[in-house]
Design a protein around this ligand. Structure first.
Ligand code: DGL
Length: 270
């Protein structure tokens, strides 16, 4: 079975890692739109167009299911994609607001996302449906995407933590029980978030949540359903990384995130 993973860049690799850790073993094609990243601050029509083009490419590789490992792409396009390709199972990504809302001690919830995700009706409808409007604060945090895509990311902890501090300016973090990382790039900075919170108050306890585990579970269930089984049968595993521009540093970062899972790489230039 060919499984597609798609993101604007590296964020979805962390989702892929979670799926591999859960036991996923198939022909996997990961497409990172390195030419057009970041999506979150760009014109919505342009972003929709490039997403459609990239998904079409994965469908051409016979990928089914396809994981849209990107909150921005999910909020902009998943409905349209499901209508356009009814034979393909799309697994989307949305900010893990429900996980936070379901927690017993839930105080306020801070949702960090890209500008596009923060604006889209999909997120606001979810918050309304959970009836937690008054508890949720949404903040765009687009600069984290740029940090994540930087080859020198590992040496930029200081800058990343300064930026996280800026994001928190004017908030009393004691009012919050959860921070939802609503962009797949953001969990790459989980440790930096924890450091900043700890520096503010070492007794402050805030849960930092993201959707990667849920997506991995959903993917395995979807594969089982497509195969008409309850249990997951592992196949031969191959991971092929495809990019839309010639960026060798992307592969270096992929290897760092996948912790040297054997991968093939393919540059898809257009
Ligand atoms: N990783 C993506 C997301 O989850 C996209 C970030 C971007 O390209 O701005 O939203």
């Amino acid at each position: 079975m060919n499984i597609g993973f798609f993101d604007s860049g590296l964020g979805g690799v962390a989702v892929l890692k979670e799926a591999l850790d859960t036991g996923l073993s198939e022909n996997i094609y990961y497409l990172g739109d390195t030419k057009n990243t970041p999506y979150g601050t760009k014109d919505e029509n342009f972003v929709k167009e490039v997403i459609n083009d990239n998904i079409n490419y994965l469908i051409g590789l016979n990928c089914n299911p396809i994981v849209i490992a990107c909150n921005t792409a999910t909020s902009l396009c998943i409905k349209e994609l499901r209508d356009k390709y009814p034979e393909v199972k799309f697994i989307g990504t949305e900010p893990a607001v429900k996980v936070a809302a379901d927690a017993h001690n839930s105080k306020k919830i801070l949702v960090l996302a890209t500008t596009i995700t923060a604006k889209q009706e999909k997120l606001h409808a979810l918050i309304k449906e959970l009836d937690i409007d008054s508890k949720v604060k949404i903040l765009p945090a687009d600069k984290l995407v740029l940090f994540a895509e930087d080859i020198d990311c590992k040496n930029k902890s200081k800058e990343v933590e300064e930026y996280i501090n800026e994001l928190f300016e004017g908030l009393d973090l004691h009012e919050f029980s959860h921070i939802v990382l609503g962009c797949t790039h953001f969990p790459l900075f989980r440790e930096n978030f924890a450091n900043v919170i700890h520096t503010k108050d070492e007794n402050l306890k805030i849960d930092i949540v993201d959707g990667a585990k849920g997506i991995a579970k959903n993917l395995i269930n979807t594969i089982n359903k497509l195969n008409n089984r309850d249990d997951y049968i592992k196949q031969n595993k191959s991971v092929t990384i495809i990019t839309t521009s010639n960026k060798p540093e992307f592969i270096v970062r992929v290897n760092e995130i996948l912790e040297n899972e054997p991968i093939k790489t393919d540059i898809k230039l257009r």
